[in-house]
Ligand binder design. Sequence first.
Ligand code: HAM
Length: 440
Amino acid sequence: MQKPKGTYDVYGEKARKIQYLEKLLASLMEKYHYQYMRTPIFEASELFHRGVGETTDIVSKETYDFKDRGNRDMTLRPEGTAGIVRSFIENKLYGEASQPIKAWYLGPMYRYERPQSGRFREFYQFGVETFGSNDPALDAEVISIPVNFYRLLGLKGIKVNINSLGDNDSRNRYREALLDYFKPHLENLCEDCQKRYQKNPLRILDCKVDANLDIMKHAPKLQDYLNEESRKHFDQVKKYLEALGIEYVVNPNLVRGLDYYTYTVFEVEASVEGFGSQNVLCGGGRYNNLVETIGGPSTPGVGFALGFERLLTALEFEEITLGDEDYLDAYVIPVTSDQKCEALSLTQALRLSGFQVDTDYMNRNMKGNFKASTRFLANYVILIGEEEIKSNILTVKDNHSKEEFKVALADIVSFLDHMSAEDETYGCDCDDDTCHGHCH
Ligand code: HAM
């Protein structure tokens, strides 16, 4: 049996990296004052048709659709925004006292795309969605999240592209201009674009088939159709980005592949040479009509999502390693199988006191167990033999200096605590009682 095309398994080093990134994101989100949200992986198909848009590639070509046993049309979510908006409406979060609502999420998304490097059929996104504020400062905050996250990780080769799609009025005027412009060229456009012309001419500009046609290059530019209000919003976003120290490039061709955007759109790309064609690390923007489109009260929103797979590739590309290797505070060895119960009980007690501890499950001999403790990067080895049980005094070996200590069973927690505080390789002075110097 093999995994489905476009999917991958996570284990070993990759698993460790992903967990590190997830923890870092959760802690960054606390600092930004965003709350965690989780919605189902499948939703009624209609949600994505209405939310993401019928004419987008994502909905028209790439969804995983199925009928459930009750004959309902269901879809594996191709992205996170529509589900979060559905939940925002269904749970009446617009009625909460603390506004704006600022939420983050993380999970698998599904798109039936042609798999290639950086493009999967099951991929993981981290994203944020905010509701209830039209303040351009919030657009800037949302853009700052991935940028600061990438900076924290040490990524250098990134470029922030921004653009404005304007409000409804600007977009309607632009739509008219596009209809007029493309009308005489209709037969030169691909079949999909001819459909897009009827339903959503803006999508024509995002077409991968017609991208290099001359008529595309000379199409009217959205910037020229922005009204006063939209232009002002965009100017303020730029001003706030500058206040936050975020460098950006205005890219008038940036339209994004989903239909729900209004005003600000942005993407962050890996700008290092040789990265490959799937170099968009994240994207997002404002969607002031989406809540209403999905059936809620008119509510402005802005958010973004980043893909984990391309992030991991970018980290590898810039040769950035994440955090420390796995290690153990202690490895507990029963001298013979007669002390197995005591070894298990001590292992459990130390774990519940907050230490990272393991013991032998392979029935190794003493030499094998010491080898294992080195492989597991254990700082200390704790021996429990007949003698130790009788005297209630444990034999503890420092795995680095090879020094040996006799420690009363009742004092083992304070001993490990004390030793880890002394060890300069630990070096954390946070207030968490269970950290024992390992909180990075
Ligand atoms: P998106 O641009 O479709 O936006 O996806 C966001 C990110 O997900 C991309 O920049 C990329 O890193 C990753 N991604 C997308 N498709 C794949 C794939 N097939 N394989 C690997 N990674 C992929 C959205 O999904 C919007 N919901 C973002 C948003 C949130 N806008 C407002 N709020």
